[in-house]
Ligand binder design. Structure first.
Ligand SMILES: Cc1cc2nc3c(=O)[nH]c(=O)nc-3n(C[C@H](O)[C@H](O)[C@H](O)COP(=O)(O)OP(=O)(O)OC[C@H]3O[C@@H](n4cnc5c(N)ncnc54)[C@H](O)[C@@H]3O)c2cc1C
Length: 415
């Protein structure tokens, strides 16, 4: 069966549903195709931070010496599984080349513009759609137990001040005024007000519901298996439920985007970067705002009735196995900072694949090779933050409008 469509969005994570919503708001007829169910990928169990503050990209000048040592240690929060994989080696080389001060400073400005873009869109959506998305704007507190790592945080705060990011440096007393539920081992903190947080699956499902209310057809349980092309056009999409012939295609398949792009002979430098979360019934001693446990690289996010811990970045390909040692490290580490974490109840373990590019910036463009293909992928560690603004940018690309943010840093051929 051949189904004529205006625009097909591939992928039902935060990027795909946001793109579908903003396209439909422009009056386009949109079908979203998701191989599983809405929010089955990385958008489900993540930390839910909408980060417009401490936006330092992963590739930074100190990373090759300090970070690569960590990355090869299978017990650390960062890990690369050594394997002879050409795509991974290319990715690592590009990552290494992005680890310089000039690029880091450029990326900070870009990340902040994306973060601010999403903050503005949340405000606009609350006003227009009257839904709260479980969004809370309480800031984020980074906790330190060692002087050394605190000094690293102070240097980051000084750097970010040049970009207009305000952060408060706190002593033990100052921390407890903001968050009383911390252990004596915590001696320093940095508070950044420009952070909000959401329950990520709720945000994604609510964006999907808004898209549907604007006429988007959500087709779940259908997998895109390939494409047919004619010159510089994608002429058809092959799926497990037949052939679709859209005018335009938005590829928003997260960590799976390079697999689909390969079938178009497009090479996208995106690696699946696995992370874990542990979610519990919220205990009486729960913190009231999101925390970062600096030395252990763990994010702690209170989400309504739940409390979630997230950590680790594993470059190990699509490996669904759960590393129990890592989970145990997370469980043990939170007890170094927070009281009442010994008897947490109703644990849910989750892992997901961040779609990671070597420079920690997404790929958002109308493709040069296939003129009716829009790429919206590679959002790495910040896809929840950048979802709404990416959706808006995709709609502007399709409409041929001047994008509200310069798209040059997001070109696929920048690497
Ligand atoms: C542990 C962890 C913590 C994180 N914390 C944060 C945070 O605090 N703040 C933040 O901003 N970001 C965070 N992130 C990153 C964020 O989760 C991702 O960047 C974001 O979810 C990516 O969204 P996406 O829509 O691109 O991908 P996904 O949510 O993975 O969606 C892609 C979808 O495409 C579908 N798909 C794939 N292939 C096909 C196909 N062939 N046909 C049809 N459908 C297909 C998949 O099933 C999937 O549903 C975190 C990630 C992890 C892992």
């Amino acid at each position: 069966m051949n189904k004529q469509k205006d625009i097909i969005v591939i992928g039902g994570g935060i990027i795909g549903v946001s793109a579908a919503y903003y396209l439909a708001m422009q009056g386009r007829s949109v079908t979203l195709i998701e191989k599983d169910e809405i929010c089955a990928g990385s958008s489900f169990g993540n930390a839910g931070l909408i980060a417009n503050g401490f936006a330092i990209p992963l590739p930074a000048p100190g990373m090759p010496s300090q970070g690569l040592k960590l990355l090869l240690d299978s017990t650390s929060s960062f890990y690369i599984k050594p394997r002879p994989n050409l795509d991974l080696l290319r990715w690592l080389w590009k990552f290494y080349r992005a680890c310089n001060e000039k690029q880091m400073l450029q990326s900070i400005a870009i990340l902040l513009s994306l973060g601010q873009g999403s903050f503005d869109l949340f405000d606009e959506l609350f006003a227009k759609e009257g839904t709260d998305f479980s969004y809370e704007h309480k800031g984020r507190l980074i906790l330190y137990t060692s002087e050394d790592s605190y000094q690293g945080g102070v240097a980051d705060a000084a750097l970010l001040r040049d970009f207009g990011v305000e952060a408060s440096l706190l002593d033990a007393e100052g921390i407890r005024k903001i968050e009383p539920n911390v252990l004596p081992a915590v001696t320093h903190g940095i508070y950044c007000a420009d952070y909000a947080h959401v329950t990520p699956d709720r945000l994604t499902h609510e964006m999907a519901a808004l898209a549907k209310s604007q006429g988007v057809e959500l087709k779940t349980g259908i997998s895109v298996t390939g494409f047919e092309t004619s010159g510089q056009q994608i002429s058809a999409i092959r799926t497990t439920e037949g052939i679709f012939t859209p005018d335009q295609v938005v590829l928003a398949a997260g960590a799976w985007s390079p697999v689909l792009a390969n079938s178009l002979k497009l090479r996208l430098p995106i690696q699946p970067a696995k992370g874990y979360s542990l979610t519990y019934k919220r205990p009486p001693t729960s913190p009231q705002l999101p925390l970062s446990l600096a030395e252990r690289k763990i994010a702690v996010t209170p989400m309504g009735e739940m409390l979630r811990f997230t950590s680790t970045l594993e470059l190990a390909g699509f490996d669904p196995s759960i590393n129990q040692q890592r989970l145990e490290t997370i469980r043990r580490s939170v007890k170094e900072y927070l009281p009442g974490m010994e008897e947490l109840e109703q644990e849910t373990v989750w892992s997901g694949y961040r779609p990671a590019t070597p420079d920690d910036l997404p790929i958002i463009e109308r493709n040069k090779k296939f003129k009716n293909l829009i790429l919206a992928t590679g959002h790495g560690t910040l896809g929840m933050t950048q979802g709404l603004i990416t959706g808006k940018l995709v709609a502007q690309i399709v409409a041929g409008k001047q994008p509200s943010i310069d798209l040059a840093p997001f070109r696929a051929d920048r690497f």
